[in-house]
Design a protein around this ligand. Structure first.
Ligand SMILES: Cc1cc2nc3c(=O)[nH]c(=O)nc-3n(C[C@H](O)[C@H](O)[C@H](O)COP(=O)(O)OP(=O)(O)OC[C@H]3O[C@@H](n4cnc5c(N)ncnc54)[C@H](O)[C@@H]3O)c2cc1C
Length: 444
């Protein structure tokens, strides 16, 4: 560590060993971390926090860390919820927030951004120029562009515009040994797309330093619709039909969430059409809908979509709260929803279990479950809910995650999810990160 500090000083790379900075980089947004922090227990303190401001500085830090085998934990906005970069083995917490540049290429509909740019700042800037990322996760204002790629993130408009992998054009990456990878930027090429190794890599293969994303003109025509249903199956039937009309956004809320958000006892669905022929497509949706049209749900949801103030309050009151998102093919949707809700409710201490479906594909969808409990042993309760919910998903045609990622929270199921690809992943990790310095302890 002394040698590292000496080199950082020589290279004039900003770092801190102040307690406040170490505390700021001791956790992500995982609910168990939040519970600990309320009791002033720090999940894990790094020895030093480093704030590189350029790709070359990232490279220099990794070269030294690799030489001295010092663990490096990568932090973007730290909005991840899966206990992924927590520095349990101390070492370096590397913040990407200093990689804070961006440049817009209006003609080619691209934006090139440093990995540490906070999404909300970029989106606001683009909006002033008449553009949008159309990648709008709920954590837009507290997550980074690099973090989105590293976690294979999904935005609220993914049904219309795709997930981060569909919006990504190019990457600059720094490998654990400090080597900088850069490719020729192009709209598309054949051959192996090696940058995909870094989508969802959660810091295990190196540091994403710069990201090129597609941008879109802000839509001129926007139409919002809301429907209610007596049960989930009829809402799912409508969702399949609506998908053919290419909505930008679609969400189904179960009865518990419809009551919570819209004060109505039903299942519900909201739809947003954007761009060309939005009005005509919305008209068609109304004609073919099984559901009863209702006023204002979509508008109400849009108004509240970044508001997570309730979550912060219930933690303080002693509730354990979290969300579990999984995906499945259409043929399993109804069965999977019921199985996971039942599994969560079967755990003693559960107060509420609910779900919405928020990302849709030709072949299937993502269910996003929310649970809260008031248990006598919070940690035991939390682990039991996760265990039962993920097992219920796997036994009923679902997977282990749609967009929050793996981290330590889900690593026990990674082998089951990846099948025989898991061995290849292990081999790749040992080649790319020979000294196992990156996010040590996260990979099983
Ligand atoms: C209230 C709330 C709402 C959320 N809503 C959504 C949502 O709608 N959609 C969604 O997809 N997610 C959502 N999330 C989860 C989270 O915001 C995403 O996973 C996000 O992409 C993480 O970005 P970050 O910059 O905060 O990354 P961090 O939390 O800092 O890091 C996450 C992981 O990525 C790695 N990492 C970060 N940056 C880099 C980099 N430059 N290079 C290599 N590795 C890196 C870290 O090591 C870690 O393993 C939400 C979280 C919260 C708390």
């Amino acid at each position: 560590m002394d040698k590292l500090i000496e080199r950082l000083k020589e290279e004039k790379i900003t770092f801190s060993t102040e307690k406040e900075d170490l505390i700021a980089y001791c956790k992500d947004f995982n609910p168990l971390h939040q519970l600990k922090l309320l009791k002033k227990i720090y999940p894990a303190l790094p020895e030093i926090v480093v704030f590189p401001k350029s790709i070359e500085e990232v490279s220099k830090v990794l070269r030294v860390a690799n030489e001295f085998r010092i663990p490096v934990y990568v932090f973007g906005g730290a909005s991840g919820v899966i206990d992924s970069a927590t520095p349990y083995e101390r070492g370096i917490a590397l913040s990407t927030l200093g990689l804070d540049w961006f440049e817009i290429d209006e003609e080619n509909r691209l934006v090139n951004a440093g990995a540490g740019v906070i999404g909300g700042r970029l989106e606001k800037f683009l909006n002033h120029k008449g553009f949008s990322l159309r990648h709008i996760p709920q954590s837009l204002f507290c997550s980074t562009v690099g973090g989105w790629v590293a976690t294979a993130s999904s935005g609220q408009f993914s049904t219309g515009y795709g997930n981060i992998e569909d919006l990504l054009v190019s990457l600059k990456v720094v490998l654990p040994n400090g080597e900088i990878l850069e490719e020729r930027r192009t709209p598309r090429r054949a051959g192996i797309d090696l940058k995909k190794l870094f989508i969802g890599s959660e810091g295990l293969f190196g540091i994403i330093a710069e990201v090129t994303l597609k941008i879109f003109e802000l839509p001129k025509e926007v139409v919002k619709l809301s429907f209610k249903y007596p049960n989930l199956d009829s809402a799912l039937e409508d969702a399949k039909k609506f998908l053919k009309l290419k909505p930008a956004l679609m969400r189904i809320f179960d009865d518990e969430e419809t009551l919570r958000y819209f004060d109505s006892e039903a299942f519900s669905l909201i739809l947003i059409f954007e761009g060309e022929n939005a009005t005509e497509r919305a008209k068609k949706a109304k004609e073919i809908a099984l559901g009863e049209e209702v006023e204002g749900y979509a508008e109400k949801w849009l108004e509240k979509r970044f508001d997570v103030s309730e979550i912060s309050k219930i933690g303080i009151l002693g509730f354990v709260f979290d969300t579990i998102e999984v995906s499945c093919f259409w043929s399993f949707a109804s069965k999977l929803y019921k199985a996971v809700i039942d599994a969560i409710r079967s755990v003693e201490g559960t107060v509420t279990a609910s779900a919405h479906a928020s990302h849709f594909y030709e072949s299937g969808l993502c269910f996003y479950f929310t649970f809260a409990g008031f248990p006598s042993e919070p940690e035991r309760y939390y682990k039991e809910v996760w265990q039962k919910a993920i097992n219920a998903s796997l036994q009923n045609g679902g997977n282990i995650t749609h967009h929050h990622g793996i981290g330590r929270l889900r690593k026990a199921w990674l082998k089951e999810e990846f099948g025989s690809y898991f061995e290849l992943l292990k081999e790749l990790k040992s080649i790319v990160d020979k000294n196992n310095i990156m996010n040590r302890g996260v990979f099983p």
